[in-house]
Design a protein around this ligand. Structure first.
Ligand code: FAD
Length: 484
C-alpha cells in the first residue's frame, strides 16, 4: 500500500472530465488520504477553455455533470480561474497539498505550459498520465524512429499493438472511494461556482443547440451503448449519409474526455482482435484511430495548427477581398444547397456530419479560394467537438496540404456529392427548408430550374460558378506544384 500519511493530492481535471478510466484520479486515490479535485479556467488554455463559444457551452454542462458525479462520491469539484501555475501555487500554499496528478495533453501550447508547471512544482514530484489516447505519440513510431505521416501505416502499427497487448486497452474502473479534503477549503478565495466562470453566453441561443445533446460521462457511455447496439453494423455505408443517424456522435464526449478511446475500443472489440471485427465495427475502430493519428501529428508537427504541413502551400495565392464570401459561407447562404445545409447544421447544433465537413471545406478552400485557416477558425468557434488536433488535420486534409491529405486536384463537386450521399435531398430540405418544394431532380442544383420557378425561390443564387472556380483552383495549384 503506497498511501502516505497526510498525503494531500490535487487531481487537476483537464481534458478528462470523468471518473472512470482516469489514471490520474485512480493513482491519486491510491496514494493520498485527502484529495482536491480541481478544474482551472485558464485564460491561456487553448485546449479546453479558451476555445469557441459552442465548446464553452459544452464545457459548462460537462463541468456540471462532473460536479454531480463527484458529489455522488461525497466530494466537491473545486473550481478556480487564472493562470494555472498561480492557481496551483496558491492552492498548495493554502491547503498544504503535497502531491499533484494530471492526465497529459499533446498540443504545443499545453505542453509548454505543463513543462513550466512541472518544473515550478518539482518539490511535489507531479505525476502525469495518459488519459486521452490509446497510444501516446511517442509510442507509435516508424522503424526508423520517425513519426507516421500516412494513416494506413499508422493504423497497421496501432492495431497490431492492440492485438498483441489487448489488456493495454482495458479501462480503469471508477475509484471505489475518493478521500475527501477536510473543511478548510470552504472559504477559499479560489473556490468559484461553475456559473461564475461565465461559460454561457449572454444571449440564450445555446439552449436550442444543446437540445440535441446530453452531456457528461453517463451520457457518453449511454451514447456508446446505443451506437454499438445498432448503428455500428451499417456504419461503413451509413456514415456517409448525412440524413441518417449513422455515426456515433461521440466526438464532443471524446474531446472533453467524458469517455476514452480505450473505453470505446474495449467495448467494440469485446475480447476480439481487430482482425476479427465485422466490417462496420472495423471501419469504426479505424475512425477512433484517426483521432489518435491527429494527436500524433500535432505532437510531432506542432506548427500544423496554423501552418500547412506541405510547405509549398505557404506560397499559395488565395483570392482577394473574400470577406463577403466568407460571411455567406459561415451563414449558410452560398446558394449551394448541401454546403448551406451543413453550415446551418453546424450553427444550430454545434456539430456537422463528417461527409459534409469535407464538402463545405472543399467549397471554401477550392471554390472560394479562401485560406483553410479561416475555415478552421470558424469551426473552432462553432463546433462543440472543436479539437486543435482533429480540426487542423481535417482542414489540412481538405486543403490538400496535410499529412495523408486528399490530393489538391481532388475538388469535391458539391452537386455530385449531394446527389450521391443525399439522394432524396432529405438533409438539404431539413436544413434549407426554402428548398422543400423544389423537384428532387433540382434539389442539389436549384439554379437549373426554369427562370420562373427559380425567381419564386427565396434562396440565393450561387456565389460562384462551380466549374470556373474549380479550374481557378487547379491553376493556382499548378503555380506551386513544382516549388519547394
Ligand atoms: P464517428 O464517425 O462516429 O467516429 C467516431 C469518432 O472517431 C469520432 O467521434 C472522432 O473522435 C473520431 N473521428 C472520426 N473521424 C475522424 C477524423 N476524420 N479525424 C479525427 N477523428 C475522427 N473531429 C473532431 O473531433 N473535432 C474537430 O474539430 C474536427 N474538425 C474537423 C474538420 C474537418 C474539415 C473535417 C473534414 C473533419 C473534422 N473532424 C473533427 C473529424 C470528423 O468530422 C468528426 O470527428 C466526426 O464527424 C464526429 O462525428 P461522430 O462522433 O459521429 O464520428
Amino acid at each position: 500500500m503506497e498511501t502516505t500519511k497526510h498525503a494531500i493530492g490535487i487531481v487537476w481535471f483537464r481534458q478528462d472530465l470523468r471518473l472512470s478510466d482516469n489514471p490520474a484520479l485512480t493513482v491519486a486515490c491510491r496514494e493520498c488520504d485527502q484529495i482536491i479535485p480541481l478544474f482551472i479556467d485558464d485564460p491561456r488554455d487553448q485546449t479546453l477553455t479558451q476555445v469557441g463559444a459552442a465548446s464553452r457551452v459544452w464545457l459548462h454542462h460537462s463541468l456540471h455533470a462532473l460536479e454531480q458525479t463527484l458529489k455522488g462520491k461525497g466530494t466537491d469539484l473545486f473550481i478556480a480561474q487564472g493562470a494555472s501555475l498561480d492557481v496551483l501555487q496558491s492552492l498548495i500554499a493554502e491547503t498544504g497539498a503535497n502531491k499533484i496528478f494530471w492526465n497529459r495533453c499533446y498540443d504545443p501550447v499545453t505542453i509548454e505550459r505543463d513543462s513550466q508547471i512541472k518544473l515550478a512544482l518539482s518539490a511535489l514530484s507531479p505525476k502525469t498520465f495518459n488519459g486521452l489516447l490509446v497510444h501516446e505519440p511517442w509510442e507509435n513510431l516508424k522503424g526508423d524512429g520517425t513519426p507516421y505521416k500516412v494513416f494506413t501505416a499508422y493504423w497497421r502499427r496501432a492495431s497490431a499493438q492492440i492485438d498483441e497487448a489487448p489488456e493495454s486497452i482495458k479501462p480503469l474502473p471508477v475509484p471505489r472511494a475518493i478521500p475527501v479534503i477536510d473543511k478548510r477549503l470552504d472559504k477559499s478565495s479560489l473556490r468559484l461556482s461553475i456559473k461564475q466562470l461565465q461559460l454561457l453566453p449572454q444571449r440564450d441561443w445555446y439552449k436550442s443547440m444543446m437540445a440535441s445533446w446530453k452531456v457528461g460521462e453517463k451520457a457518453a457511455q449511454a451514447q456508446l451503448r446505443k451506437f454499438l447496439k445498432a448503428a455500428v453494423v451499417d456504419y461503413t455505408d451509413a456514415r456517409n449519409l448525412p440524413a441518417v443517424e449513422g455515426t456515433s456522435a461521440l466526438s464532443p464526449h471524446l474531446h472533453f474526455g467524458e469517455i476514452t478511446p480505450k473505453q470505446v475500443l474495449y467495448r467494440l472489440l469485446d475480447g476480439n482482435p481487430t482482425t476479427r471485427l465485422p466490417v462496420g465495427e472495423l471501419t469504426f475502430a479505424k475512425e477512433i484511430v484517426w483521432r489518435e493519428f491527429a494527436h500524433n501529428l500535432i505532437y510531432h508537427f506542432p506548427k500544423m495548427i496554423d501552418k500547412p504541413l506541405d510547405t509549398r502551400f505557404e506560397k499559395f495565392q488565395w483570392a482577394d477581398n473574400t470577406a463577403d464570401h466568407l460571411r455567406a459561407w459561415q451563414r449558410g447562404q452560398t446558394g449551394v444547397p448541401i454546403v448551406d445545409a451543413g453550415m446551418r447544421q453546424l450553427y444550430a447544433t454545434g456539430w456537422m456530419h463528417n461527409r459534409v465537413r469535407m464538402i463545405v471545406g472543399s467549397y471554401l478552400v477550392k471554390n472560394l479560394l479562401i485560406p483553410w485557416q479561416e475555415g478552421e477558425q470558424w469551426f473552432r468557434d462553432t463546433l462543440v467537438d472543436a479539437d486543435l488536433a482533429s480540426n487542423a488535420m481535417g482542414w489540412q486534409w481538405v486543403a490538400g496540404c496535410g499529412a495523408d491529405a486528399a490530393p489538391y486536384f481532388r475538388v469535391f463537386n458539391p452537386v455530385l456529392q449531394g446527389e450521391k450521399f443525399d439522394k432524396q435531398g432529405e438533409y438539404v430540405c431539413y436544413w434549407v427548408p426554402e428548398l422543400e418544394a423544389v423537384p428532387r431532380k433540382y434539389i442539389h442544383k436549384p439554379w437549373e430550374l426554369d427562370a420562373q420557378s427559380r425567381a419564386a425561390l427565396d434562396y440565393p443564387h450561387p456565389l460562384v460558378d462551380l466549374k470556373v472556380t474549380r479550374q481557378r483552383a487547379l491553376d493556382s495549384f499548378s503555380a506551386i506544384k513544382g516549388t519547394k
